[in-house]
Design a protein around this ligand. Structure first.
Ligand SMILES: [Mg+2]
Length: 202
């Protein structure tokens, strides 16, 4: 029986993609940016098609990241609050993210759901998210076999597998269903409530 559900934050619990998309359109409307292409092919595919000069990229990323940090528009996806309340009766739930803990807690507070989580583990590693998952388990004394990790990107699936953790990939975030399928997630879901269907219930 899996006892812990650990969620990624951006693209899984909150709709960061749409906020980034709006910032980019406002700031760099002169480029023809195909955001759907990003979901299928990642950043490389998008940049190639949009003809953005490489030297401009670091400045653009800094600008978008700093506007994203100040954004008040980051919201939970529809259905997430209901999902979390339903899970709470059978599971412990946590968050692991490279986003800052303050931003995550502030966002959760807007919906009064910060107390539903056992912990928010914030860390990023240049050497891969699997190391972050392993450290999170160690710090919170969790057996990786008791965890299901929910994420929206193909690299989340790869990281979970490397860390020996079961995973659920969600199709409402940064990657398309096709891109996620290629990494063979344990489960692939199209809506928050579908997560309840794939998880064992008491
Ligand atoms: Mg994500």
């Amino acid at each position: 029986m899996n006892k812990q559900i650990i969620f990624d934050f951006d693209g899984t619990l909150v709709d960061t993609f749409d906020v980034i998309k709006n910032i980019v359109i406002n700031e760099y409307g002169e480029y023809d940016i195909d955001f759907e292409l990003f979901k299928h092919k990642g950043a490389k595919g998008l940049l190639k098609k949009a003809n953005i000069p490489r030297w401009k990229l670091p400045g653009m990323i800094l600008n978008v990241t700093s506007k994203l940090r100040k954004s008040e528009n980051i919201k939970l996806f529809p259905g997430i609050v209901d999902l979390l309340y339903s899970l709470k009766s059978n599971y412990k739930i946590g968050i692991v993210s490279s986003n800052s803990k303050d931003i995550i807690i502030d966002t959760l507070k807007k919906d009064n759901i910060e107390n539903l989580f056992e912990f928010v583990y914030s860390e990023s590693s240049l050497f891969g998210k699997h190391l972050v998952l392993k450290k999170m388990c160690k710090k919170h004394n969790i057996n990786p076999l008791d965890v299901i990790y929910v994420g929206d990107e193909d690299r989340d699936i790869i990281a979970a597998k490397k860390a020996g953790i079961k995973n659920i990939a969600v199709t409402w975030g940064f990657n398309s269903k096709e891109k996620l399928s290629r990494e063979n997630p344990d489960y692939l879901v199209d809506s928050p409530m579908q997560i309840l269907e794939v998880l064992p219930q008491k």
